[in-house]
Unconditional design. Structure first.
Length: 439
């Protein structure tokens, strides 16, 4: 659990320089397609990662009919469809609307909400943040101003285990004992304790405060950390907005940074009532049509009828009977999904690389396959260029392609320059994943 102390226990940090943006963000959505070398790309927002079986099947249908036939999971628990033709946008939109995946055309890129994927499944959380997510999504879609949020603005709803709290969200709610929530903004140490019944509304009001502050500053900020004036000033503005709405909010201060949480370990998760959930990961975030069909069939016939996508490019299937869980997990393993921490693909991620991205300098996915790991140590992310698209938050090994080869670094510290011999990949990356981190 996250310990909180009075706001006055430590001085606020100095303000960071404001960022000035001269354009809107270019994040793709379900309606705003991005042109890549392998065709158009659509990003479908899945608030809290929750999909019903019919919704999951609708995504598979459009992937097969209009795209490359695969589902690509993102580090925000969303789904990308690749290989689309530019004239497929209208047909895609119709399918998504019919499936309930596009409740508001104007807000489709603003629905960036991650939540603790094991909430309610293992007895560890202190609040039903899935309920908060449903409430927040409804409030977002009903708020005209919220349509102005950038596609990069992120909400994180943590059930108290601090798994998604450290993902660098702009607005974070952390469940606290005693039917409360801690509202954090932009990773600032200042927090506001609010009643749990007002959690979703408080998160929306914080986002509205950001929009007002960004408009007043005239800097075109996309995210909270880009606002001028520092974190403390923004928290005070949020507190004022909450007070005006009649929501009690008490100032708190956290002495430690929000932890860089980890996702659920692949395998079987046992619930207090004896039922089970299956946690699996997709190698490099890509799920084939056969794998997706197996997941949806398992959710429908053996599970609770839903799939939960995680910010760690995984899928949780809740509600399985203990007598079927092991057999279903074995079947998912046979299908090529990651079902245990010992998989060489556990903790390994990569951008799309060549040939899908024109900016990439290497076929990072093929090269990552030359460096199988053991599933232990720091996560590793392969990037085709210095933009590091889709990289995970927190400590990791970065393997970045340059014109001369790969550079390997941990927490910004360069460990290896211009690695370009495939025989070096496995040993170098394995060594980097076990490198001790200095504080």
């Amino acid at each position: 659990m996250l310990a909180a102390m009075p706001h006055s226990s430590a001085p606020p940090p100095p303000p960071e320089p404001a960022v000035r943006r001269d354009r809107g963000d270019a994040c793709p959505g379900s309606l705003r397609l991005h042109t890549a070398d392998d065709g158009a790309l659509a990003r479908v927002r899945i608030p809290a990662g929750v999909l019903t079986v019919p919704q999951a099947r609708a995504l598979l249908d459009v992937a097969l009919r209009l795209g490359d036939g695969a589902l690509h999971l993102t580090s925000r628990g969303n789904v990308q469809l690749r290989g689309l033709a530019q004239d497929h946008g209208q047909e895609l939109a119709v399918v998504l609307v019919d499936a309930g995946l596009l409740p508001s055309v104007r807000h489709e890129r603003a629905r960036n909400v991650v939540a603790s994927p094991l909430c309610g499944l293992d007895g560890r959380g202190t609040a039903d943040v899935q309920g908060w997510a449903r409430g927040l999504d409804a409030l977002l879609c009903a708020c005209e101003a919220a349509a102005g949020l950038s596609g990069r603005f992120l909400f994180a709803l943590d059930d108290g285990r601090c798994d998604v709290a450290g993902l660098g969200a702009d607005v974070t709610l952390i469940a606290s004992p005693g039917d409360g929530a801690l509202l954090c903004t932009g990773g600032a140490p200042e927090m506001l304790a609010v009643p749990a019944e007002h959690a979703a509304r408080s998160a929306l009001l914080a986002a509205e405060t950001f929009l007002s502050a960004a408009r007043d500053a005239g800097t075109g900020a996309w995210r909270v950390a880009e606002l001028p004036g520092g974190a403390a000033a923004f928290v005070r503005a949020v507190a004022g907005r909450l007070a005006a709405a009649g929501i009690p909010a008490a100032a708190r201060y956290r002495a430690e940074p929000l932890p860089s949480g980890t996702g659920p370990a692949p395998g079987t998760v046992t619930a207090p009532d004896g039922r089970a959930a299956l946690s699996v990961e997709a190698p490099l975030g890509l799920i084939t049509s056969a794998q997706w069909r197996l997941l949806t069939d398992t959710a429908l016939h053996d599970g609770g009828g839903e799939l939960r996508l995680t910010p760690w490019r995984g899928v949780v299937l809740p509600g399985l009977g203990p007598d079927t869980a092991d057999a279903r997990l074995a079947g998912l393993s046979t299908a090529g999904l990651i079902t245990g921490p010992g998989s060489p693909w556990h903790g390994v991620g990569a951008c799309i690389g060549r040939p899908g991205c024109a900016k990439s300098l290497a076929d990072v996915r093929a090269d990552a396959a030359l460096a199988p790991g053991t599933g232990r140590g720091l996560p590793v992310y392969w990037s085709g260029c210095a933009r590091r698209c889709g990289h995970p938050h927190g400590d990791r090994v970065d393997v970045v392609a340059t014109a001369a080869g790969y550079e390997v670094s941990v927490r910004g510290e360069r460990l290896h320059d211009t690695m370009n011999d495939p025989s070096e990949f496995a040993a170098t990356v394995a060594e980097a994943r076990t490198t001790p981190l200095t504080q």
